[in-house]
Write a protein that binds this ligand. Sequence first.
Ligand code: GTP
Ligand code: MG
Length: 219
Amino acid sequence: MASATATYGQKESSDQNFDYMFKILIIGNSSVGKTSFLFRYADDSFTPAFVSTVGIDFKVKTIYRNDKRIKLQIWDTAGQERYRTITTAYYRGAMGFILMYDITNEDSFNAVQDWSTQIKTYSWDNAQVLLVGNKCDMEDERVVSADRGRQLSEHLGFEFFEASAKDNINVKQTFERLVDIICEKMSESLDAGDPAVTGAKQGPQLTEQPAPPHQDCAC
Ligand code: GTP
Ligand code: MG
């Protein structure tokens, strides 16, 4: 298990291959598809087999966004309750969360509020959150409508996507939107002289980009 060194927007002097490193966590009930979502994004792969995550794991991916090379350190957490103490220890220092439920699983949707409370309890105040309703390829087994997902996301103040790790729907878009809102927040915080982020001020200011149109699942 590796340890995270992510500081908000901070540049690592030892590695010149990126401008910023963002630590992102994927959280949500067991079997909603967190590991599958990460594998689809990082490796463009998908397997129908379910191997429940033990504890926590991460993958790294560097993307070019907002004129910056951004290294994403994406942590895939175990959804099972028994790992909660381990996984919440990793919330600290995360700049973004993907909070995931499964559109075919009512319990996973009902748990979203609790996951949101966990974020508020264990993470930094400025952490950005995207709510994702995964498995939107399984329309026949849907029990949570897109409207309910959207309403809950508005209530919680999060942006919302429906997605499918299996069919590769809105996976890249989810990560890119999260990166964009982290960049926007970082830019705002720097403008306001927030001491929590002034460590990032050596680099040029990130330009703010208009929010892309809302993209829910097309399936
Ligand atoms: P934990 O590690 O226990 O927290 O679960 P997880 O959230 O990481 O779930 P995982 O990614 O292992 O996926 C659970 C099951 O759902 C696996 O059998 C996956 O193949 C399946 N699955 C994941 N995403 C999708 C999807 O978008 N569509 C469909 N149809 N199945 C999916
Ligand atoms: Mg997993």
